[in-house]
Write a protein that binds this ligand. Sequence first.
Ligand code: AMP
Ligand code: ZN
Length: 487
Amino acid sequence: MVGIRLRNSMTRKVERLEPIDPQNVRMYVCGPTVYERAHLGNARPAVVFDVLFRLLRHEYGADHVTYVRNFTDVDDKINARAAETGRPISEITDETIAWYLEDMGALGVLEPTHMPRATAYIGAMIAMIEDLVAGGHAYEAEGHVLFSVSSYRNYGRLSGRSVEDMIAGARVEVAPWKRDPMDFVLWKPSDDSLPGWDSPWGRGRPGWHIECSAMAHELLGASFDIHGGGNDLLFPHHENEIAQSACAHPEGHFAKIWMHNEMLQVEGRKMSKSLGNFFTVRELLEQGIPGEVIRFVFLSTHYSKPMDWTAKKAEEAKATLRRWAQLLSERPAARTASEPELDPIVVRALSDDLNAHLALARCNELYIQAKEATNEGNRALGSLYWCMKELLGIDLDDVWEALRPRTVDDMIRKFELGVAYNKSVFGQTIEALIARRILAKRDRDYAESDRIRDALADAGVLLRDVPGGTDFEFTPDFDPAKLENIL
Ligand code: AMP
Ligand code: ZN
């Protein structure tokens, strides 16, 4: 066993993962609040921790890893969306959960072992809050229950800040019912227009932080191995999760290793609606960027570094993936080795704090070796295929399906033309352009023949000179509208 090393945000060191129980390695990751389509940033933790999930399954066995990623389906943003649209809350959350799974699926993200919805664990949250009140760590005030930060000595250890700094630096909500400005809400009252559950403190709903503490305890126990999320959650969300769990379950130590992915930016700027550079995963997919390409771009930057999404990176990722997938399509037998052969250097790179960038660089070396059609080359090609599929989560067969050049028959099907291509509008146009190019070449007007070839390529039509004529094929980016401008 190579052993897995991960950077622990709690100790700020890279540590060797020593599972509490190697028969059941346990990980919890904070999932989305479900009221709208996932934006591209939301996909980053899903992909990062999916790679870790895959690596853990490889190291400890697929049946020996439990991965929990929750859905926050009770939240004031959801309530606000329901009020704005007049739609029932459950309709909004059900729809958003289905979208999320669909979009993450397109990015090759495996479904975690458990995907608990917060609303299914209200009883566990109430029980935990009761324990905190009984233990003197929480108090009731005006229908609210608050966690008393001063009752937990280690508060601030994860974020490395003193309580005084936090009060000064954070926008702490000051409310008359709080004894201390840092105290945070465990339970709050709901009026009849809001979702609510009966509790010892009246009808109300949970605060956000208690959800994760309660669900992690129910599904993973008082001590587990890894807790992850975006670094925007480090404070206060994760700091509060620790305080609640440590005080309610002093027998355990909650998560051993804390991992945080850095934020995603777009073309060097923070992604935000006001800058007009905010987009959803679905929007990118609908623009024809395959999920595998999005994932490849994500994996090219270490999870602990800010990641910049750029159109250029997407183009480069597409070109690389297309090359790898094409080679595999030419020598498909390499893939059918009965046992997946995983390259040890790829495994080692990922085991070193998820160095996916290095793993991809190694995959490129395998690709270069694989170009030789020798036994060794075939082995490298098989290894490339399996490492990409099993560990990095990109199936090169799917890549080829998405990015291979299209034949005339494909395009007839795509544009639902019930006639032969040469009777179709674009078929006739392309043939006319090819004829014109042949004439230009005959007249040695190479500038014109090149112009036609390049303009066709720009429209997504690739020409190939074959004995006795010119053949053509379509790339998946074929745009019939561009043909009109060439003539
Ligand atoms: P939310 O639905 O806002 O609670 O976010 C769900 C997950 O997405 C959390 O783990 C966040 O840390 C993460 N997240 C939100 N925005 C970004 C971003 N721009 N880059 C990376 N992760 C993000
Ligand atoms: Zn959480």
